[in-house]
Design a protein around this ligand. Structure first.
Ligand SMILES: Cc1cc2nc3c(=O)[nH]c(=O)nc-3n(C[C@H](O)[C@H](O)[C@H](O)COP(=O)(O)O)c2cc1C
Length: 270
């Protein structure tokens, strides 16, 4: 089991490779999920890559990262438990990453696979579209990383979360992060901007996803991800069964909120 104290994680992407930790008292962070690392290095998408609305953030970063080989050569050494996040652009890349990571997997309290980035053309969201192929991928990844606490991060597109959960559970995965960003579009000064929506707009969607999954698979460890900006938000996620609370976009607004939520979680989850 994953015992995070407090059960609070800084989510993949906004948490970067741990940069925010210098702004936060480490006692209130259960773990950092590192930015998703892909097989090949990625430069990400051209700007503009972020836009803000009253209830959301829209980002199209496009998984900018140094690639798995550079990442493994120079692993981030953080002062808190660390969860690695990986994503492939093809089925085979996911497997190659898992094989490369195997020897270093002990450095992480868990390994998350991102099956849900909306901002890349191949892989990301599209990988879950073919259910049978995704099921096989889950089984193969489980076989390779047989010692790791494995977490599948999914969105709500391409597959119902409860079906995704069933496949992950049957393949022997330990947890899920629910949910990744949802595809969105805004028109900004006459220009169309595509990206993934995060922030408050995502919260009712993610709460429902956590609820549906935990109701059916109480033994899957679920990290709630979407619009946690306050202690009240965290309470709502606990109420629907989340095992841990994820904080993403709120980091950009006020990293101080992590301490407030972390303190609360330490009190209620002693
Ligand atoms: C700028 C940005 C970059 C992100 N990059 C990643 C990523 O690399 N991997 C990933 O799994 N999720 C990524 N996400 C999704 C977040 O981890 C999180 O699941 C989502 O934003 C919902 O949580 P929030 O509303 O608290 O931000 C990113 C989100 C944002 C806003």
């Amino acid at each position: 089991m994953l015992e995070l104290k407090p059960p609070l994680v800084l989510l993949s992407g906004p948490a970067g490779f741990g940069e925010y930790l210098k702004l936060i008292d480490h006692r209130f962070v259960g773990a950092v999920v590192l930015k998703t690392v892909t097989f090949k290095p990625r430069g990400g998408n051209p700007p503009p890559r972020m836009a803000e609305g009253p209830f959301f953030l829209l980002n199209s970063i496009g998984l900018e990262n140094p690639g798995v080989l550079s990442f493994l050569e120079d692993l981030p050494k953080l002062a808190v438990p660390t969860i690695a996040s990986f994503g492939g652009e093809t089925y085979e890349e996911y497997l190659e990453i898992a094989k490369l990571v195997k020897d270093k997997a002990k450095e992480f309290v868990a390994v998350e696979f991102n099956f849900s980035c909306p901002n890349v053309k191949e892989g990301g969201l599209t990988i879950v579209r073919d259910k049978e192929k995704w099921r096989r991928l889950l089984v193969e990844l489980r076989e390779i990383l047989d010692d790791s606490f494995l977490i599948a991060k999914v969105g709500i597109e391409g597959l119902f979360v409860e079906d995704a959960a069933e496949m992950a559970y049957q393949a022997g995965w330990n947890g899920m992060t629910l949910v990744n960003t949802v595809r969105g579009l805004i028109v900004d000064k006459g220009k169309i901007l595509l990206g993934g929506l995060s922030g408050p707009i995502l919260k009712p969607i993610a709460l429902r996803a956590v609820y549906e999954v935990k109701r059916r698979f109480p033994n899957l460890y679920v990290i709630g991800s979407g619009g946690v900006y306050s202690v009240e938000d965290a309470k709502d996620y606990l109420m629907v069964g989340a095992d841990a609370i994820g904080i993403g976009s709120a980091l950009f607004k006020d990293p101080g909120i992590v301490e407030e939520i972390g303190r609360y979680l330490l009190e209620v989850r002693r």
